[in-house]
Design a protein around this ligand. Sequence first.
Ligand code: HEM
Ligand code: HEM
Length: 341
Amino acid sequence: MNISDGHVDADVQGVDIRRRHLEVSPQCKGLSVDNVQQQHLPENNTDTGWLLNAGSSASIATDNDLDGMNHLSSTSFLRRAQSMSIVLSIILSPVAIVLVSIWASVLGGVSWSEGDAKRVFNWHPVMMVIAYAIMNVGALAFRASGTSAYQTSLHSSSSSSSLRNVSTSSIPSSISPDPKKRRDAKSSHASMWTLNIVFGTIGILAVFKSHNDPISGYIANMYSLHSWVGITVLSLYTIQYLVGMFAFSGLCSARRRISNPISMEIHKFAGSYIHILATTTILLGIQEKEGFVLCAYTVESPDVPPEFNVGKIPYSCKISHCLGVVILLMGVCTHFGLAKL
Ligand code: HEM
Ligand code: HEM
């Protein structure tokens, strides 16, 4: 299970647990042993098709057998849903960048000049959303390439499964413990976090510059919930980045001391949490900015049903609402994509 350069050994700890997910219950084990009629399965059901090899000596399956079969079928379904969720999340990343760029241009475009604080500010959402989109792809780098320790453990445990007739068709064929692919995924994972630091820093500098502009007028810093949550996320991100570099990149000679299964599990858990927190921060930021743009409209009669008046929402707010929904979907899809099912 030593997939690439020794770091994956840190991931192996979880394998036994994950293997349990794959192994079927005792009742279900009976299933693979030719004792279920194929007629119990819906026709053309590819999810369950890998489970069974209906023998000529088939007999009627018990309820327990069918329960076990349903369990495997839903595991397979969940894995497919997870693959789709990863693809969707990656597709939504450029969509978010396009939406935030349109939003910034509707709000007047961007600038870095003194006395142009509003347009200097616009760099903030643009840079932060680009950083988030990169973060999103970075978090999924191992899953998308089929090289995460979790996926390869599923691959090897199902290949060595004692179950007769169980094929690996529930696991995408692209998943294999290929050391080169794994190394590539790891480099893009690490370099995307590094690139993020560049975009994130410009984004934060932009908002501070726009708040401290002597010509446009000063605005207080760090007064909102968004800015407090934002600083917390940036701090967690920095810690995660430094620990990742020390422990798993091979750049640090002391890494052997901290590169162990527990630190890897903490890294994965913290990484997916930081992603969720960044999602939350962006949503709070959009809400904060919408408060200044004024998205509400006036009505002369009861606004029921509200969809009749949705067209009255200012254009910039429609764009920022869509951006918020896309960011939310990215958060959900990536979180689901990283789950250990
Ligand atoms: C703020 C920076 C970082 C964040 C938010 C982060 C986040 C994550 C996440 C969410 C995972 C789980 C991926 C999965 O389950 O497929 C992960 C795994 C991993 N990360 Fe990071 N990471 C960061 C920095 C780094 C750095 C700098 C390295 C050094 C190369 C690194 C190396 C790894 C490795 C080796 C894995 C294991 C993947 C696996 O096989 O499951 N990470 N990281
Ligand atoms: C993960 C991404 C983000 C982080 C970490 C973040 C962080 C921050 C921080 C630390 C501040 C305080 C700066 C100061 O006080 O001068 C700030 C301000 C601000 N941010 Fe963000 N931000 C993010 C994304 C966004 C987005 C997408 C928007 C949408 C427009 C946004 C809107 C604002 C606004 C309106 C302010 C000024 C008002 C205030 O201080 O809250 N932010 N942000």
